[in-house]
Design a protein. Structure first.
Length: 392
C-alpha cells in the first residue's frame, strides 16, 4: 500500500473555529525553513504567550471578558499542542495488538482536551453571570465582596470599583495588534502558496482579533461610560459562549470518531474518484465498477473500505492487479488515507445488501458461546454425576 505523507491531517467538510476540523500540515512538518511552517509555528507560540498573558492580566486587572478571551485562545492552542503531541503516535504502523493502528489515541486525547475546554467555558460563563448579577442587583459593597470572592488579590485597592482596570485595555489592544499582524502575514504566505490550509489559519487569527476587539470595547466601555461596569461580565459571557461552542463541537467530533462514525461524503467522493481513475489504467472500458465506498476516521487516519464489481471469469491475478492499483492511487492521492481494504463481488450479480458482511443474531442464553443447551456450564458441572455418569 502506498503510504501517505506523515504530515497529512484531514478535516471534515465544513469549517468551524477550531483546528480539529481542518488540516494543519504545516504545524507537524519538520521543514522549519519553509515559510508556511515558520508562520504557523510563530502563530502557535504567539497563542501560547497571549493565552497566558490574557489569563494573568484578566485575573490581575479584574476583567471577566479578558479571562474568557484567554480560554478562547486556549481552544486553538490546545488543538495545536494535541496535534504535535499525538502525530507521531497516530501515524505509527499497526501492530498485532492494535491492528487498525493508533489513530484513536488522538481521538482520546482530543476528547480529554475538548472536555476540559468545554468545562472551562461553562465555568467562565457561570462566573460572568454571577458577576453580572452582582453588578445589577447588589449594593456596591456586597457586590465587591461577591465578585472578589476567590481572588487572591481580592480587589483590595481601597475602592469598590467592580469593573475592569483601564490597564487591561492596553493588554487587549496589544493582542489585537499581534493577531492582526499574524492574520496578514499568514494570509500573504497562503496567497503565495495558494494554500487553503494557511488561509484557514489566517482566518482563525482574524477571528481572534475580532474577539480581542470585543474585549477591548467592553473594558473601555466599563471604564468610560457611567454605571456601565456590567459590560465586562456581559462580554465575558458572550466570549464564553464561543468557548463552549468550540469545546462542544470538538467533544462531539471526538466521540463520533471513537464510536466509528462513517467518514464524510467529501472524503467518500474523493476516494471514489481516485479509485475510478486507477481502474482506467488496469481495465478496459467499464469492466470494473465501484459499487460502494465506506470507512471510519481514526485520529488523523482514514480507514477505507471499497466494494468493486468485476467480471466473474476474472482470475485471482486479475483481481490482485486491480487491488494494487486502487490501493496505490487512493493511498497516494487522498490525504489522510492509511488503509484501503477492497472487497470484490461478481459484476453479473445484483448489488449485495448493505452491511451483509455482518453476522445477524442476538445475544441469548441459547446462542451464547458460554452456555450450552440453555444451561450454564456451572449448572452442568454441578449435575455432572446425573447427566454424565461415570463409566464403571
Amino acid at each position: 500500500m502506498a503510504t501517505t505523507d506523515t504530515t497529512q491531517v484531514r478535516g471534515h467538510a465544513g469549517h468551524s473555529h477550531h483546528h480539529h476540523h481542518h488540516d494543519n500540515v504545516y504545524l507537524t512538518s519538520q521543514n522549519k525553513k519553509d515559510a508556511g511552517v515558520r508562520i504557523t509555528r510563530i502563530g502557535l507560540y504567539s497563542n501560547l504567550a497571549m493565552a497566558i498573558a490574557k489569563g494573568a492580566g484578566g485575573y490581575y486587572f479584574n476583567s471577566q471578558s479578558m479571562i474568557a478571551d484567554a480560554w478562547h485562545s486556549m481552544t486553538d492552542l490546545a488543538s495545536d499542542i494535541l496535534t504535535l503531541a499525538t502525530v507521531s503516535w497516530s501515524l505509527r504502523p499497526p501492530s498485532e495488538n492494535f491492528p487498525t493502528g493508533f489513530g484513536k489515541i488522538e481521538s482520546l486525547g482530543s476528547l480529554g482536551v475538548s472536555g476540559m475546554l468545554l468545562g472551562g467555558g461553562v465555568f467562565m460563563g457561570m462566573s460572568s453571570l454571577e458577576a453580572l448579577y452582582a453588578h445589577l442587583y447588589l449594593d456596591p459593597a456586597a457586590a465587591a465582596e461577591m465578585v472578589s470572592h476567590g481572588h487572591s488579590h481580592g480587589h483590595s485597592h481601597g475602592h469598590a470599583h467592580l469593573g475592569p482596570s483601564i490597564h487591561a485595555a492596553w493588554l487587549a489592544a496589544g493582542t489585537v495588534l499581534v493577531k492582526e499582524w499574524l492574520y496578514h502575514a499568514t494570509m500573504k504566505v497562503a496567497r503565495e502558496r495558494k494554500s487553503s490550509v494557511l488561509a484557514s489559519n489566517a482566518v482563525h487569527h482574524r477571528v481572534d482579533s475580532l474577539t480581542g476587539i470585543v474585549t477591548l470595547a467592553v473594558i473601555l466601555g466599563a471604564n468610560f461610560i457611567k454605571d456601565a461596569s456590567w459590560l465586562d461580565p456581559v462580554g465575558g459571557f458572550l466570549i464564553s459562549l464561543l468557548v463552549v461552542k468550540a469545546g462542544w463541537s470538538n467533544t462531539t467530533s471526538a466521540l463520533y470518531e471513537l464510536a466509528d462514525r462513517s467518514i464524510d461524503d467529501e472524503v467518500k467522493d474523493s476516494v471514489r474518484d481516485q479509485a475510478m481513475e486507477s481502474l482506467g489504467a488496469v481495465s478496459e472500458g467499464n469492466e470494473v465498477e465501484v459499487r460502494d465506498v465506506s470507512g471510519v476516521k481514526s485520529g488523523q487516519n482514514y480507514l477505507v473500505d471499497l466494494e468493486l464489481a468485476v467480471p466473474k471469469l476474472w482470475t485471482v491475478e486479475d483481481i490482485r492487479e486491480v487491488e494494487d492499483a486502487v490501493r496505490t492511487r487512493v493511498g497516494g492521492k487522498v490525504r489522510g488515507v492509511r488503509r484501503v481494504r477492497v472487497r470484490f463481488v461478481p459484476k453479473e450479480s445484483d448489488s449485495a445488501p448493505k452491511f451483509d458482511e455482518f453476522i445477524p443474531g442476538t445475544v441469548s442464553a441459547r446462542m451464547s458461546p458460554d452456555t450450552e443447551n440453555g444451561h450454564s456450564h456451572g449448572h452442568n458441572h454441578r449435575h455432572g454425576d446425573q447427566n454424565h455418569p461415570k463409566s464403571q
